[in-house]
Design a protein around this ligand. Sequence first.
Ligand code: ASP
Length: 595
Amino acid sequence: MMRTHYCGSLTEAQLDQTVTLCGWVHRRRDHGGVIFLDMRDREGLVQVVIDPDTPEAFATADRARSEYVLKIKGYVRKRYAGTENANMVSGQIEVLAKEIETLAVSETPPFPLNDEFSNVSEENRLKYRFLDMRRPEMQERMVFRSKVTSLIRNYMDRNGFLDVETPILTRATPEGARDYLVPSRTQPGSFFALPQSPQLFKQLLMVAGFDRYYQIAKCFRDEDLRADRQPEFTQIDVETSFMSDEDIMQMMEGLTVELFDTMLNVKFDKFPRMTYADAMRDYASDKPDLRIPLKLVDVADLMQEVEFKVFAGPAKDPKGRIAALRVPGAGELSRGQIDEYTKFVGIYGAKGLAYIKVNDLSQGVAGLQSPIVKFIEPIVLQLLERVGAENGDIVFFGADKAKVVNDAMGALRVKIGHDLKLATCEWAPMWVVDFPMFEETDDGKWTSVHHPFTLPKGSVEDMKTNPGQALSVAYDMVLNGTEIGGGSLRIYTLDMQKAVFEALGISDEEAEDKFSFLLDALKYGAPPHGGLAFGLDRLVMLMTGANSIREVIAFPKTKTAECPLTQAPAPVDANQLRDLGIRLREKPKAEAGQA
Ligand code: ASP
């Protein structure tokens, strides 16, 4: 080994020792006759001092520039009083260099990697990701992630789970996104799909008798990207046989508790459970942020007869919803702030944001301040009683199709809660259970809320007669308003699987064509089974406080699903296409220009 220690790991424990370090020049300072180098490696920084008494080392240090790779042999000594740095692990000591060897030189990096790093575009960071990742912040995140996966493997091993790999070149697995396709050379015109998840394979592993499976698995989904999405991402994928939904939730809760305790020293109590119906009613979200104590209250029944159309319309519409959000003590919000919130709910399709400021309830209607009071006077006091309003509160209203109200008021609840610093805790994990099996698409068809292999509550008969009412044995783990994992018990009998396909409008032929292997497996002793998957990237993002999953993935794609580093995706040459039996309909733009 070239080195004896990592730069960032040196402390007073190595005082008076001679050490050899290998690392990058983070910063170089010339203090008239003495050179200081901050040397960096994956463990952090250490200050190296070079004085002219060692002329050769001094000359090498003098030539060194940012990001040169140096090997330094030196003597660990205490820093002079007053020059210690409490922010560095190695801040009490410094290394007096005796010998320096330049292992590699570096051009001036395209952006600074030390403290002056800021305002560097993400595009540029990703293009030079190998430099971006040298920054201590990125190094820490990648080390953190590696520790998390190691703990996960350890927990799963301890609990008897087998790590089994499943194919990447496969057939479509429906998880609600578009597939990434890979053309086959040996069967021109046929395509593999990259897995949206290992769902069907893990179910087949249960049929095969493995009983407890996990995998840290890459999944691929071609969908529109948002801050917390990537076209390829990593799941902690789990499946078990002979365990109840309760058993599975406890097993995975145990993992989460252990991860937070070990990595962050955060202790969780038992996670609260909430049904999907309650979550939607109280928080207008299937992933409520329980750090914020505010709740919505339904008031449509009071609005049936009011003259105000904005309320009367949704009140009478079976697909409508009117929800009130009482914000205690926020009666002081200014007109400008209310306008901001009105704009905010507009993003979610809300046409406005009605409100009532409660100045003095003892004065009745006269004690209220609101543009809408005059329209709902007959019921307004009853309304305020329903929401529990007190003097000094403001009450907001969302009235529209339920979907719009849920999206808008659910988001407003969280935004106001954070703006007004109402959060009651730092971490709020929970389970949401009893999801509906299906939701209605815009064209009036049913689609799976989870996936078509989710076990419904109730009988095959219920599924056939009343699919729209069916609930599923599905559960999502939610942390601070983000879904970090989800799963379900699975269908394990042929007749139920067929009934669900039928409810989804999947014909026998289509089912046979796409899933014959699953249907076959269900004929040969499929055990009751179920599982779930955690989004590893999201989990690590939340745990490290990063603001995007791209910050915790070594080589992520941009929001337009490209890789600025490798320039993928890229055109391929004509021979490759010919081998695959593919002809492009239009020439890619770049080529067309040259023709
Ligand atoms: N396959 C599901 C998903 O990727 C998770 C599960 O049901 O286990 O979302």
